[in-house]
Ligand binder design. Structure first.
Ligand code: ADP
Ligand code: MG
Length: 721
């Protein structure tokens, strides 16, 4: 029950709902023994000493050794200032912050807090802030030197997510800049300050008499020949100290990080691993969901439930929800004597309120079956696992300039497979069931390709530009994305009017960079002002932020189709979703109503959260969020085209759709309301590759609208049409 009370965000500093301080302290006291028995504890002093001596330190340690939860606390205990710890996923940031707050003995949101997109549980007292890598990247836009932090920890660096990679480059630059400023501050003779009352460095906001070091006569204070790409440092920089960077990784290939940070020292933390027996299937499995379900059941019925919980690795939320359902159905018909099972999903978008059951012990005579994405591979340590079921797949972003970005379910790497197996041997000897053959394993790639080499770059290029990186081609990438991909991103931003024809950020581009959204969405919101449909635009953008709004159980396809017909718009999914939201609001998200209509209530709640936050952000930018176009819904679709003109396909004489920019065959997803319908032109939110390219969230549009939406890209179309 203590866990529940500390889980409540205390953003406003009110402690009314919290148990008295004593309870936090008592829990922390109880956890102290656990903390001190972690492998990393013996390395505590060595780590602190290295961090004191070097600007950057690389820490490598097996999952569960204590890197994420302990190192931030060691820093806190040793008197370091505010520290940011980045995680690639929201769920990791929130649940680890909760755990660390418990260990420190403070309410969450106090000394220990988290900030993720659309959710802030921190205060000005927060000294250890867990956040997503994307969030820290955004923070650089408002605080270019990240002056509020003394230390930044880049966790899970081995995952090489797009945003971690960009952060690596930005932080390297910020570190250099802060060193320069710190040295400058020391060099400035005291007498110099006595001459003038107000002294500031490139302070564009202060008034009255002041000296700016930009003037030529301040020659010695000028930046040295350090080729800094950050060019927009404002404000007073006196008193700024150096930035410490800690890069943490769960895999051994840390030399590259070290080389990137001027031969930073690498600290290896010993792990603790019990043997794991690994099994392969004898034949390839046609349906890994079915195989995962059956394997989990088999383990559950054939081993005593006291022999540990089961962790199943799947590719994403949809997989997880189908296996969850299969397991619940099977459990309903267990003969007497079979212990109960409790499926516990965990994936990046899972609401905070539902996360804790993964970590809490199961009720008596019940076994937990945790259904996870690769979030449980290295980010989260879930206690009690002895059996791992590995589907062998994960979901990744893929990019092809001819079709743009798509999501793919792909085989994992050997390195991932080994990590997944390792999760079974954290507390005792364990078992891992790989749902693929041994020869399939032999053919897996050694490591995954860094995301930056395989995804769309427009959002990060926009952020780099907004952070003052004028020449993104020259940015110090650890792994350089292809020129083609960078050019594609620049071209897309140009077509969206975020960049001008010299490649410089436009006023619109700066405005768009304020949104924690892909540029296409912020462009839609921008266009909605003029069209007078901001309310509808925000609603639909929020609705598109989740994987699926409906449940379509395989055995009830017709039933669910019929129930959902009431929402269906002839113009396609965007307006269908809007109808759903309106109906959902009318019944206040009633649970039974959701069941009757096969609406995914969990995801609808997330949609409402996103909508609230987007409304707040828009209000701050002085947008009228209540402007509605009433029944003129064409206006809404036209707004969407102003951001999604690159996601269009035209109907061909043979009845198929071909993408407008690459002439690739595009199939409407079977779950779409546009499935099997023929209309001259469609646009879509996203492409998903399963056996072929499937467009998801599809709407019908007039081909002329496409040309009007982007004269820069399709001007030619305009004249020939
Ligand atoms: P690393 O970052 O090296 O993978 P962590 O710091 O995440 O390791 O975890 C260290 C240990 O803390 C784990 O082995 C586990 O015993 C414990 N732990 C972490 N999170 C939780 C939690 N939410 N509940 C219980 N124990 C936890
Ligand atoms: Mg960790």
């Amino acid at each position: 029950d203590t866990a529940d009370t500390v889980a409540k965000p205390a953003t406003n500093g009110k402690t009314k709902h919290h148990k008295p301080k004593q309870d936090h302290r008592a829990l922390a006291h109880r956890l102290r023994g656990q903390r001190e028995s972690l492998p990393i504890f013996t390395a505590r002093n060595a780590i602190i000493q290295q961090v004191r001596q070097h600007p950057t330190v690389i820490v490598v340690g097996e999952t569960g050794s204590g890197k994420t939860t302990q190192i931030p606390q060691y820093l806190l205990e040793s008197g370091f200032g505010t520290t940011a710890i980045t995680q690639p996923r929201r769920v990791a940031a929130t649940s680890i912050a909760k755990r660390v707050a418990e260990e420190v003995g403070t309410p969450l949101g106090g000394r220990v807090g988290y900030t993720i997109r659309f959710e802030d549980c921190s205060s000005d007292k927060t000294q250890l802030r867990f956040c997503t890598d994307g969030l820290l990247l955004r923070e650089i836009l408002s605080d270019p030197l990240l002056r509020r932090y003394e230390v930044v920890i880049l966790d899970e660096a081995h995952e090489r997510t797009l945003r971690t990679d960009i952060l690596l480059g930005m932080l390297k630059d910020i570190q250099r800049e802060r060193k320069r400023v710190a040295e400058l501050n020391q060099q400035v003779p005291d007498a110099y300050f006595e001459e003038e009352e107000e002294v500031s460095y490139r302070d564009h906001r202060s008034h009255g008499t002041h000296v700016t070091f930009d003037e030529p006569e301040e020659e010695p204070m000028q930046p040295e020949a350090v080729p800094s790409v950050i060019d927009n440092v404002h404000g007073d920089v006196t008193g700024i100290g150096e930035l410490k960077i800690i890069v943490m990784s769960a895999t051994l290939d840390a030399e590259r990080f070290s080389a990137y940070f001027d031969s930073a020292p690498i600290l290896y933390v010993a792990g603790r691993q019990f043997p794991v027996t690994t099994y392969y299937t004898t034949t390839p499995q046609a349906d890994y969901l079915d195989a995962a379900h059956l394997t989990a059941l088999q383990i559950h019925t054939e081993t005593p439930s006291t022999s540990g919980d089961i962790l199943v690795f799947l590719s994403g939320q949809e997989d997880i929800e189908s296996v969850e359902k299969l397991l619940r159905d099977s459990a309903a018909s267990f003969p007497p004597g079979v212990p109960a099972l409790l499926p516990c999903p965990i994936f990046a978008a899972l609401p905070q309120s539902q996360q804790s059951q993964v970590f809490d012990p199961a009720p008596e005579f019940t076994r937990k079956i945790i259904l996870a994405t690769n979030i449980a591979e290295t980010s989260l340590t879930i206690p009690g696992i002895r059996h791992v079921v590995d589907s062998g797949v994960h979901k990744v972003r893929g990019f092809d300039p001819r079709v743009g970005e798509s999501l793919l379910v792909e085989p994992i790497s050997k390195s991932s497979a080994r990590q997944r197996t390792g999760r079974a041997g954290r507390e005792a000897a364990g078992f891992c069931y790989r749902l693929y053959t041994e020869s399939d394993y032999a053919q897996l790639a050694e490591d995954s390709i860094p995301e930056i080499k395989r995804c769309q770059l427009s959002m990060v290029v926009l952020q780099l530009k907004a952070a003052g990186v004028t020449d993104v081609m020259q940015f110090d990438f650890m792994d350089r994305p292809s020129k083609k991909a960078l050019k594609h991103a620049l071209l897309e931003l140009y077509a969206l009017d975020a960049l001008d024809d010299r490649g410089e950020l436009t006023a619109l581009g700066r405005w768009m960079s304020e949104f924690p959204l892909e540029p296409s969405y912020s462009k839609v919101i921008y266009a909605s002002q003029k069209a007078g449909c901001t309310r509808e635009a925000i609603d639909i953008v929020s609705l598109l932020s989740v994987d699926s709004l409906f449940y379509v159980p395989a055995d009830k396809r017709e039933e669910s189709n019929a129930a959902q017909a009431v929402f269906r718009s002839t113009e396609g999914d965007h307006l269908t979703f809007l109808n759903l939201l309106r109906a959902y609001n009318k019944v206040n998200g009633d649970r039974e109503w959701c069941q009757e209509h096969f609406v995914n209530r969990r995801n609808m709640k997330h949609v409402l959260d996103v909508r609230l936050q987007l409304n707040r952000l828009c209000a701050r930018l002085e947008l009228d969020t209540e402007r509605s176009c009433g029944t003129d819904l064409d206006a809404v679709l036209k707004c969407f085209l102003s951001g999604f003109f690159h996601n269009c396909a035209l109907l061909q004489p043979d009845g198929t759709y071909r993408s407008l920019n690459g002439s690739q065959a595009v199939h409407v997803h079977p779950g779409s309301s546009m499935f099997a319908k023929k209309t001259p032109a469609i646009f879509y939110d996203q492409l998903v590759f399963t056996n072929k390219l499937h467009a998801r969230a599809v709407s019908a549009v007039d081909p002329m609208w496409i040309a009007q939406a982007s004269p820069k890209l399709y001007g030619r179309l305009n004249t020939t049409a």
